[in-house]
Design a protein around this ligand. Structure first.
Ligand code: SF4
Length: 372
């Protein structure tokens, strides 16, 4: 492991550059004329998909000139080095912390345009920002609903107590493994005890306060957590979450970050690779919102960290102009038609349903249910 270099707030500044950051290759085989018969059937009949579209197959969000949710990244530095993170791309244009004045501008625009929610979750660890609580205050004072996502490594007792005074809709925590070894393989940083202790304290205090916040404790299933430990993990955290509102998705399959981390597929075992081969494309839900990085860059979605996904910068243009820009509208059009022409979405697996992998997950969840 290379020597980790930290900034004055505890954010990691160096990366290992293990990825070959060539332009993402969109192969000929991925170029399409539109959705196929099965995909059309799925889009028409699946409530999980068709809620996005109107009766003409157009995104409903086209009718709104501003988004409901804005995701903000107070920083793109992190306290972890997740194995499955596309850090090499995230750090490509430099790293840093959002100016408070820029955040004020975003909130002011959000208020004027009746944006419902600000989610503090983009490419880095939000609690690293020295003014994160001022940001939360400002959002709440301006009538926004708030959400946050953290790996809890620096979420010490006093921060946890402070945090529970805010009217969060949800707090998401990433805890990559049941054992220290599994966590180390996922997060690539030896902070298992610290993160676990911090999450446990947060949940304990939330229960004492009879908090109504929706909690989520999860890991990314990249092969570092054994089958038995998957069961132990769910059992353990279910017990700790009892009495609170929580999401029951304790683990997620990794995605390929719009093709930026296509190498993750190689980490899958043969069976999973096979099960993931058959995929059905669908219009993506991630292009509904707006995602603003620390430096003002606006990304089409949280899952494409490449330069291609930047649709504007708040320092140069108004958020309204960026949201209604031709670049974003082109994303909507291509997703409605199923062509994905020249977009990384053609190779992204977030907007895919892999029926065989879904069946496998259902079976595992049934087995886990029996053990619980
Ligand atoms: S398909 Fe992937 S890259 Fe495209 S908008 Fe959805 S999540 Fe982002």
């Amino acid at each position: 492991m290379p020597k980790i270099q930290y900034d004055e707030h505890g954010g990691i500044i160096n990366i290992d550059e293990k990825l070959d950051k060539k332009d993402i290759k969109i192969k000929e085989s991925k170029t399409r004329d539109g959705y196929n018969f099965l995909e059309k059937l799925l889009i028409k009949n699946s409530k999980k998909v068709n809620y996005l579209l109107d009766k003409n197959g157009k995104y409903r969000c086209r009718a709104q000139k501003t988004p409901n949710v804005i995701r903000v990244g107070p920083t793109n530095r992190c306290t972890g080095r997740c194995f499955y993170c596309p850090r090499e791309y995230i750090h490509d244009k430099g790293t840093g912390y959002m100016d408070f004045a820029l955040f004020e501008k975003i909130v002011s625009w959000a208020k004027t345009n009746r944006v419902n929610t600000i989610s503090f979750a983009l490419f880095g660890e939000p609690f690293l920002h020295p003014r994160i609580f001022d940001m939360l205050d400002l959002a709440v004072e301006n009538g926004m609903k708030i959400r946050i996502s953290t790996n809890a490594i620096i979420l010490k007792k006093e921060l946890a107590l402070k945090l529970l005074n805010y009217p969060f809709e949800s707090i998401e925590t990433s805890m990559d493994g049941f054992t220290r070894e599994e966590y180390l393989a996922g997060k690539q940083i030896d902070k298992y005890e610290q993160a676990r202790k911090n999450i446990l304290y947060l949940l304990k205090k939330a229960k004492e306060k009879k908090s109504r916040i929706l909690f989520n404790v999860h890991f990314v299933d990249i092969g570092n957590v054994s089958f038995l430990n998957k069961i132990r993990y769910i059992k353990f955290w279910k017990k700790e979450l009892r009495g609170l509102k929580y999401l029951t998705s304790f683990y997620y399959e990794p995605h390929n970050w719009a093709g930026a981390r296509a190498d993750l597929t190689r980490e899958m075992n043969f069976v999973d690779r096979f099960l993931n081969k058959w995929e059905l494309k669908k219009p993506c839900m991630y292009i509904k919102g707006m995602n603003i990085n620390w430096n003002g860059d606006v990304y089409i979605c949280t899952n494409d960290p490449t330069e291609k996904a930047i649709i504007g910068n708040v320092n140069n243009d108004s958020l309204e102009k960026i949201y209604n820009s031709e670049k974003r509208v082109n994303y909507l059009r291509e997703h409605e038609s199923g062509r994905f022409k020249d977009l990384n979405c053609a190779v992204c697996n977030v907007n895919s349903i892999r029926p065989l992998a879904v069946i496998k997950k259902r079976i595992i969840n049934c087995v886990v249910g029996v053990f619980n």
